[in-house]
Write a protein of this length. Structure first.
Length: 408
């Protein structure tokens, strides 16, 4: 029995204003071909199918077209659980129809743990797998708020609630396995942050957690689980080194900080109850690259990329000593007529230079808005003949902010 474990598609996500529908179309086509070519029996999608709770028409179209394509392959079952970015009600709405395609959707928990347990059957109608399809567990679903409780109390109750939920669901799954009289594997799914999980700056996950907030230890998952398929963290990784407890990671780089990282789906082949796990690399459908340094470094790398002739989306971070007021214009001139596209330019030097002109004994509280602007003019060595016009435009902008009479 062969499974593919994936998660964190985030269909509909944009990158600095650029929509990525063609990337998602290419990924889903690749995944459908992989499932057909590898004769995959079961597909697990562990949350964050969409990037937000109200996906647009094109995102929905990609999702449903993919499920139709999968129905034409050898894949007998698709199990989809909701992540924190998904709307439980939106995912659940078509689940009765999707069930005719052997697509099982679990958008949220219910009053019965049994609703999260799926007994999947093979082509002969015999049970072949038990899936504990646990969706993203929201705070309000597993913890009761009490007056006067401390942040530590909230943290403890949240982790205890998650642990209790998995204990209950897995206990019922184990009971079902005993009743079947057949030692079929148990797979559990989840969308959460485990202790020691690795994140990348800018991946959309790191900022959700402070310290140990919401982080669940490996001991939260019962020993009866033969494979644990997790989502939420965008880097493919093991849970505390366990071979059979994995994050598949996101199939696409969520930002430029992930651009150099390989992306995967997990292939799981069961021999009885023993899983054999391997990582299958996902192709790059849109090249991303972040370039940082002084002007010479940036210029040199752009010239190299021009020679390669590829279609690359770029993030430029300038941190050289020279003040470059027309940085964007210079960059656009270099890439004109190429397939290179700059999505973001960050000029670290401008702010640093402006603030460095503040006396060491001064603070921003000592300066008004005009003082700060004048320091910027000084930092950029703006000629006296240009200052009057610039100051007039600046004063208009400041005045516009206070038209409502507010001083905030």
């Amino acid at each position: 029995m062969k499974l593919i474990h994936t998660s964190d598609w985030h269909i509909g996500r944009s990158l600095y204003g650029r929509k990525r529908y063609e990337e998602y179309r290419s990924f889903l086509a690749w995944l459908a071909d992989l499932i057909a070519g590898e004769q995959v029996d079961i597909l697990l999608v562990a949350g964050d199918v969409f990037d937000n709770s109200t996906p647009g028409n094109r995102a929905q179209e990609l999702y449903y077209q993919f499920l139709v394509e999968i129905a034409k392959t050898s894949c007998r079952h698709v199990i989809i659980t909701a992540g924190n970015h998904d709307s439980p009600s939106f995912l659940n709405a078509p689940r009765e129809v999707l069930r005719f395609l052997n697509v099982h959707v679990i958008g949220c928990i219910t009053d019965s743990y049994h609703d999260e347990i799926l007994v999947l059957k093979d082509t002969q109608g015999e049970p072949e797998l038990i899936v504990c399809a646990v969706p993203y567990l929201r705070d309000r679903d597993i913890r009761k708020a009490e007056i006067g409780e401390s942040p530590a109390d909230k943290e403890r109750k949240l982790v205890e609630g998650i642990k209790e939920h998995y204990q209950q669901v897995c206990a019922q799954a184990e009971q079902i396995r005993v009743q079947l009289g057949k030692m079929v594997p148990i797979v559990a799914m989840g969308h959460l942050f485990t202790t020691g999980g690795q994140t990348v700056e800018g991946d959309g996950v790191r900022n959700l957690y402070v310290g140990s907030l919401g982080q669940v230890g490996n001991d939260a998952f019962p020993a009866c689980i033969d494979y644990l398929a997790l989502g939420h963290l965008h880097m493919a990784q093991k849970v505390e080194g366990a071979e059979n407890r994995r994050y598949s990671g996101s199939p696409l780089a969520m930002g430029f900080n992930e651009a150099a990282r390989n992306k995967y789906v997990c292939q799981v082949v069961f021999h009885g109850r023993q899983p054999e796990v391997s990582l299958l690399p996902v192709p790059i459908f849109q090249n991303l690259e972040g370039i940082s340094g002084d002007w010479k470094t940036i210029q040199h790398r752009l010239e190299e990329l021009k020679t390669c002739g590829g279609n690359v989306w770029l993030e430029i971070i300038y941190n050289g000593a020279e003040i470059i007021g027309n940085l964007r214009e210079r960059l656009d001139e270099i890439i004109e007529g190429t397939s290179l596209e700059i999505l973001r330019v960050k000029n670290d030097r401008v702010l640093q230079q402006a603030l460095s002109s503040i006396n060491s004994e001064e603070t921003l509280d000592d300066l008004d808005t005009i003082d700060v602007f004048m320091r910027c003019l000084d930092a950029h060595q703006i000629p006296a003949e240009q200052r009057e016009e610039l100051l007039g435009v600046y004063n208009e902008a400041v005045a516009a902010l206070y038209e409502d009479g507010s001083d905030e």
